[in-house]
Design a protein around this ligand. Structure first.
Ligand code: HXC
Length: 519
């Protein structure tokens, strides 16, 4: 092989082996398990024909392998870059058909290289996980690369968006890289995440369990909160990731993506009748979001976890916003540990990437109870106060109905640094709800009424007095704690004005190495 033509032919043959033949073999194995190949996943994620592969000829160095062990091109991971909606994105996808997609020295070098590239050019990284974990043949070297990966994830945190799509096994220490990234998506049925698998659990603890129960997509979306979206299949997972990227800047210094400022949902009048007259009656806060955000459209994060709180990305006038809202349909919108941690993390993400925060409050307070106190609702509930206080992005709050006690304070109150606070006439801003307040304040009067059989009427009168004097938006409005009481149907227009006003907000923070938030 001496001439140019032969060398070009050799390149063609090597490329065929590295990409086409490898993918053909992978397709047979992966499709049989209901999974796509690494390259098929990347092709779905990126804009058509935009993928540029890096290191396709990389192969392990063979020093710790048995004699004759193959050295397949790629070493179990496909890496490179391309675009999503025309904007650059770096990607790595583990190839389960090569050494079980396990992490070794060369595979690790490839992943770190593409992450370093993403940091240099300031673009998001999407990692597609489908792996047996640390490459057994390479021992401590593979562990070193997991640690290196965790360090890269941590340094990149808050600089570039990081997404993990779990599309197969992700076990042992391998789970910690996705856990550090900003968003994790799991595919129903094929994705599993656990620190120790069912076999180890059984031998160490005697508990019998299966992979789905221990770390399936449903469990991780609903109970542990490790996953931010439960995807029905791989196409759904990738679609969610593409939609999410459409809301985000490429990095923490980039401007937000700009879309056509069209799309008023056009049904604002419905907001004027949305809050029920009966204070205990629930309504769906999602409807408020639909009626306020561009085209009635938003992308919810962790919809199955901490369900009394909604966290979502949407747009107003074509510009991305992060929305935090209580959900009266679930536990009347009370804030429990999961809801607090979910929202705190979301607020911090939005702040890191300069997305303005919109808060819709309808909250009776933190969830009372033995279980919540013992699990640390004080420390873990504090995270949300901390996150709001720390956030320097534009913060606009709308009190829709209840804003009682700690719930008032934490849900984007003026006192935590919100810039514009609005309230609907239906807002009830008070220390507690009418029924509890009346019982506490009028104990003696109610006891006397009970003795002469008039308790019900007396209680009703006192509740009505409380609701009309103390549980209104006007006490807060008198003090400037809310800037304006507005018609619900004017909400979108008011938010649009507030966000334009705050577009160039600047807020200095005292110099410090980093904060010491209650983790
Ligand atoms: C090398 C591996 C491998 C690994 C799988 N393979 N895992 N090779 N290192 N970690 C290879 C298998 O030998 C097999 O090769 C091929 O990949 C497919 O594996 P199967 O077992 O046939 O697949 P399946 O039946 O689908 O089972 C998938 C699995 C199982 C549940 C993931 O492979 C498994 O238990 N693997 C080991 C998981 C594990 O304990 N990893 C270490 C975790 S600790 P052939 O040639 O037969 O096709 C860890 C520490 C990280 O990761 C520390 C970070 C700080």
């Amino acid at each position: 092989m001496t001439g140019t033509a032969e060398r070009i032919e050799d390149l063609r043959r090597r490329h065929g082996e590295a990409v086409h033949e490898a993918d053909q073999r992978a397709r047979i194995k992966q499709h049989a398990k209901g999974k796509l190949t690494a390259r098929e996943r990347i092709a779905l994620l990126l804009d058509e024909d935009s993928f540029v592969e890096l290191d396709e000829f990389a192969a392990h160095r063979g020093t710790s392998y048995a004699p004759g062990e193959p050295r397949p091109y790629g070493d179990g991971v496909v890496t490179g870059h391309g675009t999503v909606d025309g904007r650059p994105v770096c990607v790595f996808a583990q190839d389960f058909t090569v050494f079980g997609g396990s992490m070794g020295e060369v595979c690790g070098e490839k992943v770190l290289k593409v992450m370093d590239l993403a940091m240099r050019i300031g673009c998001p990284v999407v990692g597609i996980n489908d792996s047996g974990g640390a490459r057994i043949q390479e021992g401590v070297v593979s562990l070193a690369y997991y640690a290196e990966l965790g360090r890269r994830n941590s340094l990149a945190s808050g600089v570039i968006p990081q997404l993990s799509l779990i599309m197969g096994p992700c076990a042992g220490g391998a789970v910690y890289s996705p856990a550090i990234t900003d968003f994790t998506v799991m595919v129903r049925g094929t994705a599993h995440m656990f620190v120790t698998g069912p076999e180890v659990v059984r031998s160490v603890t005697g508990q019998r369990t299966g992979a789905e129960e221990l770390g399936g997509a449903q469990i991780n979306s609903e109970l542990s909160g490790n996953a931010h979206h439960l995807a029905e299949d791989e196409a759904d997972a990738i679609d969610w990731a593409r939609t999410l990227l459409g809301f985000l800047p490429s990095n923490n210094q980039d401007s937000l993506p700009d879309y056509e400022p069209a799309g008023d949902p056009g049904r604002a009048a419905e907001l004027d009748a949305l809050v029920p007259d009966e204070p205990h009656e629930a309504y769906d806060m999602r409807r408020v979001l639909e009626l306020v955000l561009d085209e009635g459209d938003f992308l919810e994060v962790q919809p199955l976890f901490g369900r009394s709180m909604l966290c979502a990305f949407g747009r107003i006038d074509g510009r991305s916003v992060g929305v935090v809202a209580n959900q009266p349909l679930h536990n009347a919108g009370t804030i429990d540990i999961d809801a607090s941690e979910k929202a705190a993390r979301f607020v911090r993400f939005c702040d890191a990437f300069n997305l303005p925060l919109l808060t819709f409050a309808d909250v009776p307070g933190y969830l009372p109870g033995l279980e919540q106190e013992r699990r640390g609702i004080i420390r873990r509930g504090a995270k949300l106060i901390y996150a709001y206080s720390e956030a320097t992005v534009p913060k606009v709050t709308v009190v829709v109905r209840k804003a009682y006690g700690g719930g008032y304070a934490v849900m984007g109150s003026k006192h935590l640094g919100a810039d514009v606070n609005l309230a609907w006439p239906t807002a009830e801003i008070a220390v507690m709800g009418a029924s509890g307040a009346v019982s506490l304040l009028h104990r003696r009067e109610l006891a006397e009424a009970a003795a002469n059989g008039t308790e019900e009427a007396v209680r009703a009168k006192l509740v009505e007095e409380y609701r009309s004097t103390l549980a209104t938006p006007y006490v807060a409005a008198e003090r400037g704690y809310v800037d304006a009481v507005i018609r619900p149907s004017a909400t979108r227009a008011q938010l649009s004005r507030a966000l334009r006003l705050l577009a160039n907000k600047r807020q200095e923070v005292p110099p410090k190495k980093h904060s010491t938030m209650p983790l």
